[in-house]
Design a binder for this molecule. Structure first.
Ligand code: ATP
Ligand code: MG
Length: 417
């Protein structure tokens, strides 16, 4: 029955000249999310609001106006699917509420009364509820003013459904009736994901492994409006093609929220083997991680990223003690964002289940870090000692890093279909 959605967004960050940037980013992400959903849609920005119109077969194609050229999106071959559409919108950061709207033509007050009764009847099978009508007139030539509309529509509803009662202060149902060129009726506000629209907060480079944590870290940073690129270090033949595919799959889930992203796949084998050959084995993980950070930063700087993002959390493993984090941090000049730094594992698992990455993350494929891991890795690396031990790698490691950068594969990740 619904013919449109009114999108509510938090006012924070939407002031002054930022407003159109915020709204444009939001519309872009809405179109990205709904392009995979059954139906055909257009977005419309009017008077500080965003509407998504569902195009139905009876409709005349909606008209473009000069300011907002029309872009139709969605999967035309499939019928409009309400649940799928709402699920898609719930992945668009910046949306605080999703209101399903019914449009009706203005055929006089009597018809409007019938439309409102029909709306109430279909949306609320159980009528033992309190309500109030909130009328608004964007078109001032309507014969009744808002006070009259509130009172008269309220009366029509009470007559139709004796179980309803009015509560103007804390109603269970707030029935909005907006008089525009058409009349818009809506009452539900389905919660959106909150956050800021992706693209309003710059871009960051996510170190994405096949584990549970890093996809969650990517999701969390993109919730603040940051768009992403990602880098994955693989070590063939020690890590399999399937392990790589798992990371691509995880990137697809992250992209559902973060938008399309580039995944840089870096071959880390020769670097790992060389470190293994030259450095004390209990320091392998730390030194490897320092090279991961250096390479990630090099790609980040080249691609306009403003920071690195990892899934690290204090004390989770040997390489995530404060001392180890200090050691991996010191090789970077870009800020390293660690959204999970103070999260317990279970809290991270909960989010990964919410964003559907958990089942993929727990597939048992080898990770390059675990293959060369020592039995007793240092947990409190001494910064000076690590630096000295790294020196034996000399110029050859720079060459290996250069080759790794030159041979990286870039995969375009567009989100799941
Ligand atoms: P995750 O669950 O994200 O794999 P983890 O608990 O296994 O994390 P580590 O293996 O110590 O922890 O990795 C810490 C962080 O380093 C990861 O969250 C990720 O950001 C990055 N990282 C680890 N391995 C790789 C890899 N092969 N490619 C890219 N980034 C990696
Ligand atoms: Mg890992």
């Amino acid at each position: 029955m619904f013919t449109a959605f009114l999108i509510k967004y938090a006012e924070i960050g939407v002031k002054g000249k930022n407003r159109h940037l915020f709204e444009e980013a939001l519309v872009r992400q809405i179109e990205f999310a709904l392009d995979k959903v059954g139906g055909q849609f257009v977005t419309r920005r009017t008077q500080g609001r965003i509407y998504i119109d569902v195009i139905s077969e009876q409709d005349h194609p909606p008209k473009a106006d000069e300011k907002h050229p029309l872009k139709v999106f969605g999967v035309a071959e499939r019928d409009f699917d309400f649940d799928e559409t709402v699920a898609g919108l719930q992945k668009v950061f910046g949306i605080s509420g999703i209101c399903p709207v019914v449009y009706v033509e203005d055929k006089g007050f009597e018809e409007l009364g019938k439309d409102v009764v029909k709306f109430m009847d279909e949306v609320y099978p159980d009528k033992h509820k309190t309500f109030k009508v909130c009328a608004r007139r964007a078109r001032k030539n309507y014969p009744k003013d808002t006070m009259e509309l509130n009172a008269d529509l309220g009366e029509v509803l009470l007559n139709a459904f004796p179980d309803l009662s009015v509560d103007v202060h804390h109603p269970e149902i707030e029935l909005n009736v907006e008089i525009r060129e058409k009349i818009y009726i809506y009452s539900q506000i389905i919660p959106g994901p909150g956050g800021m629209p992706v693209g309003t907060g710059g871009k960051a480079m996510l170190l994405l492994s096949g584990g549970i944590d890093s996809p969650v870290a990517g999701y969390m940073i993109s919730k603040r409006g940051v768009s992403l690129e990602a880098v994955y270090f693989h070590a063939p033949p020690y890590t399999s093609e399937r392990a790589k595919q798992k990371v691509v799959d995880l990137a697809e889930y992250v992209a559902d929220y973060a938008g399309p992203l580039k995944l840089h796949v870096v071959n880390f084998t020769d670097i790992q083997l060389y470190i293994y050959e030259k450095c004390p084995h209990d320091e392998l993980t730390i030194i490897m991680r320092r090279y991961m950070m250096r390479i990630a930063e090099a790609i980040a700087l080249e691609t306009g990223c403003l920071g690195l993002v990892t899934g690290e959390s204090i004390g989770q493993v040997a390489s995530q003690t404060m001392q180890a984090l200090m050691s991996t941090n010191e090789v970077c000049t870009l800020p390293v964002y660690r959204p999970l730094i103070a999260f317990d594992k279970q809290d991270i698992v909960d989010i990964s289940e919410k964003i559907d990455t958990y089942e993929t993350s727990i597939q048992p494929y080898e990770d390059c870090c675990t293959i060369f891991v020592a039995k007793h890795p240092v947990t409190k690396p001494n910064q000076k000692v690590i630096r000295i031990h790294e020196q034996v790698l000399e110029d050859k490691i720079d060459e290996l890093v250069k080759t790794a950068l030159e041979t990286q594969e870039v995969i375009e990740v567009k989100g799941r279909k």
